[in-house]
Design a protein around this ligand. Sequence first.
Ligand code: CP
Ligand code: NVA
Length: 366
Amino acid sequence: MHESSAATSPSFPQPISPDLHPVPQPVIEPLADRVISLGGPVEGKLGTFTISARLRNRSVLNDTDLARDEITEVLETAARLKKLRQNGKPHNYLPGKTLGMLFQHPSTRTRVSFEAGMAQLGGQAIFLGVNDLQMKRGETIADTAQVLSRYVDGIAARVSTHDELLQLSGAASIPVFNCLTDKSHPLQALADLLTLQERCGSLAGLKLAYLGDGNNMCHSLLLTSAAMGVNLAVAAPAAHQPDPEVVKHASWLASGSGATVTISDDPLAAARDADAIYTDVHVSMGQKDGPARAVALAPYKVTTAVMAAGRPNAVFMHCLPMHRDQEVAAEVADGPQSVIFDQAENRLHLHKAILLHSLCTPNRAH
Ligand code: CP
Ligand code: NVA
């Protein structure tokens, strides 16, 4: 009903003369396309899984690509998929879909969770290490993107620079997912919010302290936390603080969500009364100034004293891989407050949610 009335009643003005610029016509989606039903009786044993259609065919390149309510929905989908997996219920909602995985850097969590996630959803992933592609012999990333777009339904990419990710997605005609660049790690930050939500019930009003390098991970936590109303306190030495443009953007998002963003060089002040204390490696992949960076960041190591400054039930977080006794004391990393392996597990559920939203084909029988 809604489909036909929306399609046949254009109540907006038409251009009055072909010489004038055309009046932009609003896109009216039929109601049925705003909600997608997957599975259900026609698909055999698969239960019906309903999601909104707004993330269909969408890429995730930057932390700001998803609005607050979209992040909320993705986290909810991830939690639903997690429950299905825990209960041994089939959820192969992406049959026949293929994900290409273009990786220029090593990976354990991102690679395996995407590959396993695609298999669990009934699709398949093809790992494309850059050394095995013609890119090694100079084929451009844009040509590679155009070729992959003819074979697969989406591309998960871990590339050295954010510019390369933008070149890839600019040339691709299929969704592209940022699996880490020098600038950001959006899917890790989303999975981390899922972990925080599981631990604390709700996100708005929590305090997350990030100690260490103002790097890709710090940027993604800044933007994603600010969007979701999580107060973020970053402590880093002056020379290694996050990009001021990212901080400005995060502060703007925070002003809309009621959160605060604080940048300082004082680790104990940042950790004070925090619900979660987060760190990352002091030297990221591709950084050339390792030894100097390690010295500058040593005072930002998360120790038992830092954890004691947080709330009594504060959790310790790290995206991994970690170097025990460099950025975090081994007793903290392996202690009762650590949720690092929950974070790693949640990469799987979060990636499955993103894949489902972006790559699914609606079941027209509903
Ligand atoms: N956290 C993370 O992205 O881990 P990998 O480098 O192992 O993928
Ligand atoms: N900041 C780290 C994150 C690894 C998941 C890096 O870029 O190497």
